[in-house]
Design a protein around this ligand. Structure first.
Ligand code: ZN
Length: 370
């Protein structure tokens, strides 16, 4: 009696392991769409896990992992899980019919069209906000579109919207968690940065707090404060500013570079603050990767920062940071002070500091471009 019962349990367990998908079988980055249901988003891969949000029909999620029928994504920057059962994998079960092309509208300011479905492919054209195209096919995050001269090219799906054409009065759907690049269009009469596309990258975010400073201050939060002030000031001077993140969301370094490479970017600036175990270490520094591509931009910005900010000038550094190395545009990373140094920390806490940083970056860019 005891033996047969144990055997049955054993068989049931083995059967469970065979029939359910194994952990990690979802390809990282696969896009799924929510079916006709209000779907709970949970903080754990279990139907008893705490509910942290809800998704609706047509919402899209990017899966980073799979765990026995649950897909891991990010929701408001936090790791989150949804039941795979209610999701349909994009481009697989729902292929776009080649005989019924769908209309899409470009939502990015200045977007490259490429010869293939990734930023590794050659640029074959460009599109601006409001342009409309019809899709021919899709692959991963990219749409193949019919160009006005009859040829075809590929465009990043996250810089387009299909729902605008379908029903203009309906709220936009299909926003992808964690991959939305925000844009700010400049409106100003005095516009020394008019016509330039600047990508501002607030370092870290979501599950990645970055450096931890005095009083437990998280770097990601300070980065966001500075980045939004920089975006405001650059926009006022005529620049088209693209922020890799405008919320507290997690983005990989590759995704940040990819966003920059999708636009016709003139300069990429990553905003960071530093920390060090020795409290006396202080000051600001500017990092570049390529001597040919990045150094001139780094020098112009660091000159203006060190000339106008009250913090110690640590100078220029050459460093093989991935977010710079994978960037096609001139790209730099700013370390705007040590959150672990009491003097730097006090200065960084003032709102005036973020504005000073923004003005210095604007002046540096104007020098660099003119
Ligand atoms: Zn950082």
């Amino acid at each position: 009696m005891k033996i047969s019962k144990a055997l049955i349990i054993f068989i049931v367990l083995v059967g469970t392991f065979i029939s359910l998908p194994k952990q990690g079988s979802a390809e990282s980055g696969d896009v799924y769409e929510v079916g006709d249901i209000v779907l709970n988003v949970r903080s754990e891969p279990s139907s008893t896990g705490p509910v942290i949000g809800k998704l609706h029909k047509g919402d899209q999620v990017i899966a980073f992992n799979e765990h026995y029928g649950w897909l891991q994504t990010y929701y408001d920057g936090e790791e989150a899980w949804v039941a795979a059962h209610y999701l349909t994998k994009e481009n697989q079960e729902n292929p776009i019919s080649k005989s019924e092309p769908q209309e899409l509208e470009v939502t990015g300011q200045s977007v490259y069209i490429r010869s293939g479905p990734s930023t590794d492919f050659a640029i074959v054209g460009s599109a601006t906000i409001g342009d409309t195209y019809s899709t021919v096919e899709t692959e991963a995050d990219w749409y193949k579109i019919k160009l006005h001269d009859g040829s075809t090219g590929w465009i990043a799906s996250w810089l387009t919207d299909k729902s605008i054409k379908a029903d203009a009065s309906k709220e936009k759907t299909g926003k992808k968690a964690g991959t939305v690049a925000e844009e700010v269009k400049g409106v100003s009469t005095s516009s020394p940065l008019d016509g330039y596309n600047i990508v501002i990258d607030a370092g870290h975010g979501g599950k990645d707090p970055g450096a931890i400073g005095l009083n437990g201050t998280e770097e990601k939060t300070v980065n966001s404060q500075t980045a939004s002030e920089v975006a405001k000031v650059l926009s006022a001077k005529g620049a088209t500013v693209i922020q890799t993140r405008s919320k507290d969301t997690f983005l990989s370094l590759d995704r940040r570079a990819e966003i920059s490479n999708t636009y016709n970017t003139d300069a990429f600036i990553s905003i960071h603050y530093n920390a060090f175990p020795v409290q006396s270490v202080q000051g600001i520094g500017t990092y570049y990767s390529s001597l040919n591509k990045d150094h001139a931009l780094a020098e112009d910005i660091q000159n203006k920062l060190s000339g106008s900010l009250p913090l110690y000038n640590r100078g220029l550094f050459q460093e093989e940071f991935r977010v710079l190395r994978k960037n096609n545009a001139p790209a730099i990373l700013l370390e705007l002070g040590f959150l672990t140094n009491p003097g730097d920390y006090a200065t960084i806490q003032t709102t005036g500091y973020h504005h000073q940083v923004a003005e210095a970056i604007a002046d540096g860019l104007i020098n660099y471009f003119h």
